[in-house]
Write a protein that binds this ligand. Structure first.
Ligand code: ZN
Length: 387
């Protein structure tokens, strides 16, 4: 896929300033503000004002689509919670917890986030755009009948289900780069061979949601279509690249999807306060670039990322890659880091290289090799691939 194609056909950036101001509370790590920081950074680096880029204001998803995944009783409680009311039975549905607080307007906000994902996907399917990014979407932990992991409505599952029922013969690959296992999405498509689910994440031994073992490979007809790559704490760009290259390109090529939905969570970064992976945005970019080479149509979704500024930088770089545009800071040397405070290395979006050392590195590499070997042995044959 050359740069001429996306620049001829178009790309979609889903954005709402109003939505990015939605507040989960001062102590909550999830900051929708990441979206506006990304938008500002993209403007500043000259990767938003191009004739082929369309900025799409997300509209509310038709609530009738919610039951493509979610349970009606859960939705009823969620709507009540969204009016600021708390009832004890909400707790059984994950509502009113520290991770998923009862927030006034959360139902409407989540519906708009999902609406953005759906509309972006429609543009790709109609051929009106080749790539899209919704930094306000990607709620991969939301389950059919309960909320968890900062996620209330699973925009990913709903939008994929919607496409599958409307377009027969459709094959979709979901690649989850977020540091947390994509448990909600996995649960939805565990028996479904129309969706190839691939998740690279920190091992469930050390991180929520405690799942995503390499032995979880799908069931029934979906056996071999769920691929989990648990990674050790301390996994760096090098180990990540090795694991990714050994598994993702061969499986995606064999599956040959019509569309890739990529969860571009930026919580794998060394600076992330919630996880223990040690990537830089160089390793992250490498993965995004590789995904782009595997399918002409890519829908990127935000997901996690709890170091606000570095997440914005990561997503800015991802957006530049998706559009085949080189970021250029027209203010370099003038305002430098002022705009994003001391966290930002002056004058560049790119992280300094980092590699883990000693026992941490050895363990990460050893586990990476073990997981790759296991997947090549157990999963590759389902796709006509040899070890
Ligand atoms: Zn995450």
């Amino acid at each position: 896929m050359g740069s001429a194609d996306v620049q001829k056909i178009g790309s979609i950036f889903v954005y709402s300033d109003e939505m990015s101001r939605f507040d989960f509370g001062p102590d909550h790590p999830f900051k929708p503000e990441r979206a506006s920081k990304t938008y500002e950074l993209c403007m500043r680096y000259g990767i938003m004002n191009h004739p082929w880029i369309r900025i799409l204001e997300p509209r509310t998803l038709d609530p009738a689509l919610l039951t493509l995944f979610h349970d009606a009783a859960y939705l009823k409680l969620l709507r009540e919670a969204s009016r600021g009311r708390f009832r004890l039975e909400m707790l059984e549905r994950g509502l009113g917890t520290a991770d998923n607080p009862v927030l006034s307007g959360i139902y409407e906000w989540s519906l708009r986030a999902a609406g953005g994902t759906r509309e972006a996907m429609k543009y790709l399917l109609d051929g009106r755009a080749l790539v899209a990014f919704n930094p306000l979407g990607g709620f991969h932990h939301a389950m059919a009948a309960h909320a968890e992991g900062f996620c209330y409505i699973n925009d990913i599952v709903i939008c994929i289900e919607d496409v599958l029922r409307r377009v027969s013969g459709m094959k979709i690959a979901f690649i989850d780069l977020d540091a947390h296992h994509g448990n909600g999405v996995q649960s939805a498509f565990y028996k479904d061979p129309r969706v190839l689910f691939i998740s690279l994440h920190e091992t469930g031994r050390t991180l929520y949601p405690w799942s995503g073992n390499e032995t979880e490979i799908g069931e029934g007809e979906g056996r071999g279509f769920t691929v989990n790559m648990p990674l050790e704490p301390g996994t760096d760009d090098e180990v990540y690249g090795f694991v990714f290259d050994a598994v993702v390109p061969p499986l995606i090529r064999a599956f040959s999807p019509d569309l890739i939905v990529a969860l571009l969570g930026a919580d794998t970064l060394i600076s992330d306060p919630l996880t223990h992976l040690k990537l830089t945005n160089n390793g992250y970019q490498r993965a995004v670039r590789a995904i782009m080479g595997l399918c002409p149509k890519v829908l990127g979704l935000g997901g996690g990322g709890y170091d606000l500024y570095r997440t914005a930088r990561c997503w800015t770089l991802a957006w530049a890659l998706l559009n085949h545009v080189e970021p250029m800071d027209e203010f370099a040397g003038l305002v430098g880091g002022m705009m994003f405070g001391p966290e930002m290395e002056v004058g560049s979006l790119y992280d300094h290289p980092y590699l883990s050392k000693g026992e941490v590195k050895e363990k990460a590499l050893e586990e990476g090799r073990r997981v790759v070997a296991r997947i090549q042995k157990e999963i590759f044959p389902f796709h006509g691939l040899r070890e």
